[in-house]
Write a protein that binds this ligand. Structure first.
Ligand code: GUN
Length: 283
């Protein structure tokens, strides 16, 4: 049985540290870090994520506001909301929960967020900086995965890291971070030929494809580090993209679902909110 990468326990510790730092920052600046989450439409999974983000923020002493809008909102209305938040000195982090309805150009709206307040690091400003290997606000999921590697002393230098999935939210920033950590990086996607021949070479395999239990033992090398970003709900139970039971004995390390990557993502959102707050206060 591979070693479990316990995101739940690690995120608890990080959130405790965040609470301590939040209290220090409030004391120092006489202001409370404030995260605003904008939720558009009625995606059930998004509502669950936003609730968890709000609860975690409050527990960490971070002020949290959720702006909820129906799916009939226009692009211009949404842009005005973002502009209002950009100008509001009482707001330090802005998160636009994705996906948003298709009639709105998400790229356009994401890039309206002031880079100083872009807690997700999804704007072109931070994407470009991350790709150049410069300091940036880094998307929370890949950042949380890097924190797990650090906490468990998983050395990435010279390792072959394979990222399954090329999304803006996970796959691409994950590849940039692994490259920055001196791994040799391959990204696979839905058009990749002979997928298993590639994934079987992976010392570290990050799976973010959104297909429940797709990755079984035939995809992996003995002793590999397996990171499962997927969350699918089937008959009320949560599953990752990796078939945990099928691979657990072959893996060197493995993240469970739930209790692996998910809680780390939320912990990193809190950290990024404090980073935004400090950057704004120290301008
Ligand atoms: N939708 C799924 N994951 C995320 C995330 O990390 N941030 C935002 N804003 N939307 C998401």
């Amino acid at each position: 049985m591979g070693k479990i990468l316990d995101g739940k326990a690690l995120s608890k510790k990080i959130r405790k540290d965040v609470k301590v730092e939040t209290d220090e920052l409030i004391e120092k600046y006489g202001k409370t870090p404030h995260l605003v989450v904008v939720l558009v439409g009625d995606d059930a999974a998004s509502e669950t994520y936003v609730n968890s983000k709000e609860r975690a923020s409050k527990k960490a002493g971070i002020k949290s506001t959720v702006i909820k809008k129906g799916s009939s909102i226009t692009e211009n209305e949404l842009i005005s909301i973002i502009q209002g938040l950009n100008e509001d000195d009482d707001v330090h982090g802005i998160l636009l929960q994705l996906p948003i309805p298709k009639h709105i150009d998400s790229e356009k709206v994401i890039n309206m967020i002031d880079p100083l307040k872009d807690v997700d690091g999804f704007s072109n400003h931070h994407v470009a900086r991350l790709n150049k290997g410069l300091d940036a606000l880094v998307p929370c999921t890949p950042l949380g995965i890097m924190e797990m590697f650090k906490a468990y002393d998983i050395d990435l230098e010279g390792k072959h890291a394979v990222v399954m999935g090329r999304s803006q939210i996970v796959g691409k920033p994950m590849a940039s971070l692994l490259l920055k950590a001196n791994a040799t990086v391959t990204v696979t996607h839905s058009r990749t030929k002979d997928m298993k021949a590639i994934t079987k070479q992976a010392d570290v395999l990050v799976v973010a494809i959104g297909k429940a239990k797709m990755v079984d033992e035939s995809y992996i090398k003995e002793g590999a580090v397996l990171i499962d970003v997927g969350i699918s709900r089937i008959d009320g139970k949560l599953y990752g993209d990796i078939d945990f039971e099928a691979v657990k004995d072959k893996a060197g390390y493995i993240t469970p679902v739930p209790g692996g990557v998910g809680p780390m993502t939320i912990a990193m959102l809190l950290k990024n909110t404090l980073t935004c707050f400090k950057n704004i206060m120290n301008q």
